[in-house]
Design a protein around this ligand. Structure first.
Ligand SMILES: *Cc1c(COP(=O)(O)O)cnc(C)c1O
Length: 394
């Protein structure tokens, strides 16, 4: 397949995508809930369509992702819209489409949504994003629930907002939203996030303000490194459900990474080998930060394996990309079987925040994406050509 599709290539397993979304759904089966797949994790249409085929709904983080959701076949009332900097045009689109909920991030945004809904003679469904001041315990770049982060409103602000907005004719506050971060590997931050909105919902109910749903966001982490301790889907449900159950409100979840990451590998070929002064090797491959940004952006660790391991003693190496940045390193201080130029390596768990974070830096065309379905496979996003890449230039 790598021969036919070329490298670098992102490869997704349809079976793993389906198994994961079903497993998460099953973990919450004892309580009314909707999974809204976080499109930003992997927005390739074929992947989003698989999610829809499995009954998941959609979480969009931009106008572009709303369009991805619509093209994948979602109805507007199956889409929630999040984002810390929604533009006027994005809000007009969201309001006029009549999305299930616009997750409002600030008092100013609530006012803008109200004004747009009034101008269009409609009633916008909004949820208020609460920043619970919870440390997700993951990388600072993907923690979103601390007071100093740019996301959401304090519980007190949110309370005041909902109370004052309850009487507005063009706003319908349908829920509360929280998302404390990504790649969360312990129950505590997820439980505390849920507690913040469940507590607020209870207080609002006592004032006679009833909501439709509680949206606990995404963030469930996966084991990138062997032996890494993470939450199972059952432990996740056990952390969240007892908190939400007493409210009686429908639960909304926005999982991205947990579903998609383990469904993908990035296949890349060795293009050069170079000895380092300390006896280790540089294994230089044809994929880099342009195909997988996470190691350069967060120091993220991804497993790297030879697809057809050669016999012999393992070599100590850094697996690096071709891009002119020292941070363009896919794996530092690794051990691989002996490799040769032309060998194929697989970088693991790249199905989320992989291809979607690609760039054309160094004028590198974006990689192809392939979906494997049993013994068959097909290209679901073709490799960019040089003409594709230059088509917007004068
Ligand atoms: C990124 C994001 C998600 C998905 O996060 P994962 O860690 O991939 O599960 C869900 N909701 C919101 C609001 C997000 O920003």
């Amino acid at each position: 397949m790598a021969d036919a599709a070329g490298t670098p290539v992102h490869v997704y397993s349809r079976a793993v995508l389906r198994t994961r979304v079903r497993a998460l759904d099953a973990a919450f089966a004892s309580y009314p809930h909707d999974l809204h797949y976080a499109i930003k994790a992997n927005a390739t249409l074929a992947v989003v369509r698989e999610m829809r085929a499995e009954g998941a709904h959609a979480d969009a983080n931009s106008g572009g992702e709303i369009d991805v959701a619509l093209r994948a076949g979602y109805a507007p009332d199956q889409i929630v819209f999040t984002g810390v900097g929604k533009t006027h045009d994005e809000l007009v689109r969201a309001v006029t489409l009549g999305l299930k909920a616009i997750n409002a991030e600030s008092p100013g945004e609530m006012e803008r949504i109200d004004a747009i809904a009034r101008a269009h003679g409609t009633r916008a469904r909004v949820a208020v994003r609460v920043n619970p001041d919870v440390d997700a315990g993951s990388h600072p770049h993907i923690s979103t629930g601390l007071r100093g982060n740019k996301f959401g409103m304090t519980p007190a602000q949110a309370h005041q907002m909902v109370t004052s907005m309850a009487a507005r004719a063009h706003l319908h506050v349908v829920g509360l939203h929280v998302h404390v971060g990504s790649q969360i590997t312990s129950a505590e931050p997820l439980r505390r996030g849920a507690e913040a909105i469940a507590g607020l919902a209870t207080a609002l109910a006592a004032e006679g303000i009833s909501l439709e749903h509680l949206d606990v966001g995404g963030g469930l982490g996966i084991a990138y490194e062997p032996g890494q301790i993470v939450l199972t889907e059952a432990e996740y449900a056990a952390a969240v459900l007892p908190v939400v159950r007493p409210t009686g409100l429908r639960l909304v979840l926005e999982p991205g990474r947990w579903i998609a990451a383990p469904a993908g590998v990035l296949l890349t070929r060795v293009v050069d080998l170079k000895a380092q002064a300390d006896g280790r090797w540089f294994v230089i491959v044809d994929a880099g930060m342009t195909e997988l940004l996470r190691p350069a952006l967060y120091g993220a660790w991804h497993g790297i394996e030879a697809v057809s391991p050669r016999a012999g003693a393992p070599i100590a190496c850094d697996v690096v990309g071709p891009v002119c940045e020292t941070s363009d390193t896919l794996g530092k201080a690794r051990h691989l079987p002996p490799v040769d130029v032309g060998d194929l390596l697989a970088v693991r768990d790249t199905g989320a925040y992989g291809a979607i974070m690609a760039s054309n830096y160094n004028r590198r065309p974006m990689a192809a994406e392939v979906l494997v379905d049993g013994a068959a496979w097909r290209v679901v996003r073709r490799r960019q050509t040089i003409d594709d890449m230059l088509q917007w230039d004068e």
